[in-house]
Ligand binder design. Structure first.
Ligand code: ADP
Ligand code: MG
Length: 503
């Protein structure tokens, strides 16, 4: 039982109390405001030039492309105007040599070619006619505006957005390295190549995945309620919400439609409280940070998202194994080991290697409530590389995994609560029927059992939300967020052009 007592002691280090939640929410709101006032703050609060969210009645056929890392996705989305849509898509792996090409042109010509192939195979009927009309001279713009496809471009690399369909690449990440593209407008790079192929396509919107999530949820959410926030809890974590325009104090460089009085803001909340004023900071968090590629940065994300939770667990277990007082993963003192063999850990077991443990084991640990923890023990063998763990070992893993995930979910609740309080969305009419709608996406929130419940539990503790407020918060998964969201932003952009504001 010494092992379980030790697991309990360590789990307690991950407790994030109601008082901690309340303090963190106050700090979150402070940092939101700072980010709206100036550049270079912990919450970047990036204005997106998207000035409204859809209500489900939008209609039309749009194109969307998504360049996010490994694959390039092209899709068309038919919005039916009744909160439903039809999505057709193709996906192709980016050739490795193009990720490190000499010139941006090599990559973007490839992307444009994929769009052409997609249109030919899925939209030929439109394609022929549209190409013909597109090439008909005589219109002042060279286009017949109604005959072109609008395209939303989801681009998941750091960009400095300068308008709804323009933004310059700050730097590449995720294995890409094409120096020629840095500092250039990625929408213009794509448009040039589409034009060379004479495709009837206009890059109308540059889209961040959180904004896509917000838009997709707002379109598909039941009823006419506008969605307030799109939040991602996947590999990373981030959120985008609808802000009152007058609260954005820092200068906006691009053109936008000011009539709505609103603009979607991308918080980049992964770097909330990098100064660690209110975030928990166990010895395990400190080790993870010190050994990461970006120490001191993305501190909120490092305590919440899928990329890190497995690693936190791995660090804890690794340290526990080194403690001779409480034998762990050595069946010497284990009370039972019904596999009937000796626990073995080989040298290249994931448990021994940085970043080798996937966060999905936290979900497995939480789901397995069987007496013998048989499923979890199988995953400990497969995912941690520990052969024949005892029941007691597995129970210790389960307790610690739970503590780490619960803390993550409560911290996620801090961000959501901060945005709800800052925007005052719970205040105005105040009736129980007034709902605050939130769209979420990402494997962690989708698959970790009870993630949403723990988020809600934290939000109930917050002054200004409480039990009554928490009941009015509706959270829904935004499926196919990047495609549908990009299409919806392309639609917003088209409306913007129609009003004469040049995008
Ligand atoms: P992305 O954020 O890259 O778009 P996902 O939303 O699928 O992709 O998130 C992937 C992340 O979620 C990975 O870090 C992975 O470890 C984690 N993950 C995947 N499945 C689960 C699960 N069942 N429970 C907890 N975390 C998971
Ligand atoms: Mg995702």
């Amino acid at each position: 039982m010494a092992l379980l007592a030790e697991a309990k002691r360590i789990s307690a280090l991950f407790e994030f109390s109601d008082d901690d939640v309340r303090n963190a929410v106050v700090e979150f709101v402070t940092e939101m405001n700072e980010g709206l006032e100036k550049n270079g703050t912990t919450l970047s609060q990036i204005p997106t030039f998207v000035t409204g969210v859809p209500n489900g009645t939008e209609k039309g056929l749009y194109l969307a492309v998504d360049l996010g890392g490994t694959n390039f996705r092209v899709c068309s989305i038919q919005l039916h105007g009744d909160t439903t849509f039809t999505l057709t898509q193709s996906k192709v792996a980016i050739p490795k040599e193009l990720m490190v090409a000499e010139t941006a042109k090599e990559l973007f010509a490839f992307l444009a070619k994929q769009v052409e192939l997609f249109l030919k195979s899925h939209h030929e009927e439109h394609f022929e006619g549209r190409v013909e009309r597109h090439q008909t001279p005589g219109t002042p713009t060279g286009y017949e505006e109604e005959s072109i496809f609008r395209l939303g471009f989801t681009f998941s690399f750091p960009v400095h957005q300068t308008g709804i369909n323009s933004g310059t690449l700050i730097r590449w990440t995720k294995g890409f390295d094409i120096q020629d593209a840095v500092g250039k407008d990625v929408c213009a790079l794509l448009q040039e190549e589409l034009d060379l192929l004479k495709l009837p396509v206009k890059v109308s919107a540059l889209v961040n995945d959180t904004v896509g999530t917000l838009m997709a949820r707002s379109y598909t959410a039941p009823g006419k309620t506008d969605t307030l926030l799109g939040a991602i809890f996947g590999t990373g974590t981030n959120g985008a919400y609808v802000e009152t325009m007058s609260k954005i104090k820092k200068p906006l460089e691009g053109a936008y439609d000011s009539t709505t009085g609103q603009m979607v803001v991308n918080t980049e909340w992964g770097s909330f409280d990098n100064g660690l004023k209110v975030l928990p900071n166990t010895i395990y968090d400190q080790i993870l940070d010190k050994e990461s590629v970006n120490p001191g940065i993305q501190m909120f994300e490092k305590r919440i998202s899928g990329m890190f939770l497995g690693e936190i667990l791995r660090i804890v277990l690794d340290i526990m194994m080194g403690n001779s007082k409480n034998p762990f993963f050595t069946d010497k003192d284990s009370s039972s080991n019904d596999f009937g063999s000796t626990t073995v850990i080989d040298d290249n077991a994931p448990l021994k290697q940085q970043w080798a443990v996937d966060s999905s084991i936290l979900s497995v640990a939480q789901s397995d409530n069987s007496v013998g923890l048989r499923t979890l023990r199988q995953f400990i063998e497969k995912d941690l590389g520990v052969q024949a763990p005892s029941l007691e070992d597995a129970q210790a893993v389960k307790d610690i995994a739970h503590a780490i995930a619960k803390r993550a979910a409560r911290l996620a609740g801090v961000a959501v609560a901060g945005i709800i309080l800052h925007t005052g969305r719970l205040d105005p009419k105040g009736g129980p029927e007034d709902i605050v709608d939130i769209g979420v996406d990402g494997s962690l929130v989708e698959f970790y059992p009870g993630f949403e419940d723990y988020m809600r539990e934290a939000m109930r503790a917050v002054d200004g939300i409480g039990h009554a407020g928490e009941k009015r918060i509706r959270i829904g998964i935004a499926k196919d967020g990047s495609g549908v969201g990009a299409a919806l932003i392309a639609l917003v952009a088209a409306k913007l052009e129609a009003t004469g504001i040049t995008a």
